[in-house]
Design a protein around this ligand. Structure first.
Ligand code: AMP
Length: 283
């Protein structure tokens, strides 16, 4: 038997690799990633076999979701380590196209998601982001035609956008959200965490602490606005410049004024030094 996971780099080789799975009537789960894999990604890969016989992991640092001033060039990459991790996690196939395969010359289509993609959260600070994500995710879906696609709750707005998009476009697959994997001190794992300085790393868990405390207080019935103001103050005191700390409806991401309008999700984004961290938590 060929070594797993096999790696496909062209549409033709992807189709060749998927054909035997389909011929055997095996269901396929797709885990889209940008590589630099950590335990958070691997939690998705390990969840996948509970849904489907075959697990496909895509590794593609998608240029269209980065703005020119963002970190596309310096985004962490490490294909060999990723492949070793995916071997250990028992993935069946890695789909790792070059940018010229994903976006050949003349490529001229872009999906512009609305709704949760215009909630005034990440989209406010990265206006190009969800258009790029939606476009590449639809392509990954049509390329691999999975039965299931797994996404992390870590990128909660993205999960909402992709779930709605799959529904709106009648894509024949189920989007599954997987809970955020954290360090012992609560910091959500992220490929970009390697760029935190020791001092930044030390205060980074403040975000999760503030989310947890805020969620507990809202659950106890304290007024949302007051709780969030105090959460904002705590995060700011720790040295962050806060982009947002908000309570939103857990599926539409619409603003929420009281607990009755829930289910509630708290979402935060904040900069420490040059690093921007995001996190979220259900109430
Ligand atoms: P990325 O490579 O950052 O685009 O992430 C690929 C997938 O892994 C996305 O669905 C992310 O939400 C998910 N992911 C990233 N970090 C975590 C984490 N700490 N826990 C769970 N899922 C994660």
């Amino acid at each position: 038997m060929a070594a797993r996971p096999s790696v496909a780099r062209t549409i033709a080789s992807l189709r060749r690799a998927l054909a035997p799975f389909r011929d055997a009537g095996q269901r396929i789960a797709l885990v889209p990633t940008m590589g630099a894999l950590h335990a958070g990604h691997l939690a998705l890969v390990r969840e996948a076999p509970r849904r489907a016989r075959r697990v496909v992991v895509s590794i593609f640092v998608n240029p269209t979701q980065f703005a020119p001033h963002e970190d596309f060039g310096s985004y962490p990459r490490g294909f060999d380590a990723d492949l070793a991790a995916l071997r250990a996690a028992k993935a069946d196939l890695v789909w790792a196209p070059a940018a010229s395969v994903m976006y050949p010359e003349g490529f001229a289509t872009r999906i512009e998601p609305q709704g949760a993609a215009k909630a005034g959260l990440e989209d406010k600070f990265r206006p190009h982001f969800f258009g790029g994500v939606a476009t590449v995710v639809v392509k990954l879906f049509t390329q691999t035609a999975p039965d299931f696609a797994l996404f992390g709750e870590k990128d909660y707005q993205q999960l909402c956008v992709v779930t709605q998009m799959a529904k709106d476009l009648d894509l024949p697959l189920k989007v599954i959200g997987v809970p955020t994997v954290r360090e012992k001190d609560g910091l959500a794992l992220s490929s970009r965490n390697v760029y935190l300085s020791p001092a930044e790393r030390a205060v980074a868990p403040t975000l999760y602490r503030a989310l947890k405390a805020s969620a507990a207080r809202i659950k106890q019935g304290e007024p949302i606005e007051m709780v969030l103001e105090e959460g904002l103050a705590e995060i700011t005191r720790a040295g962050f410049a806060v982009d947002y700390l908000e309570a939103r409806h857990a599926t539409t991401l619409a603003p929420i004024a009281s607990r009755k309008e829930g289910p509630i999700r708290l979402l935060v984004a904040a900069k420490i030094g040059k690093m921007r961290l995001i996190d979220n938590l259900g109430v």
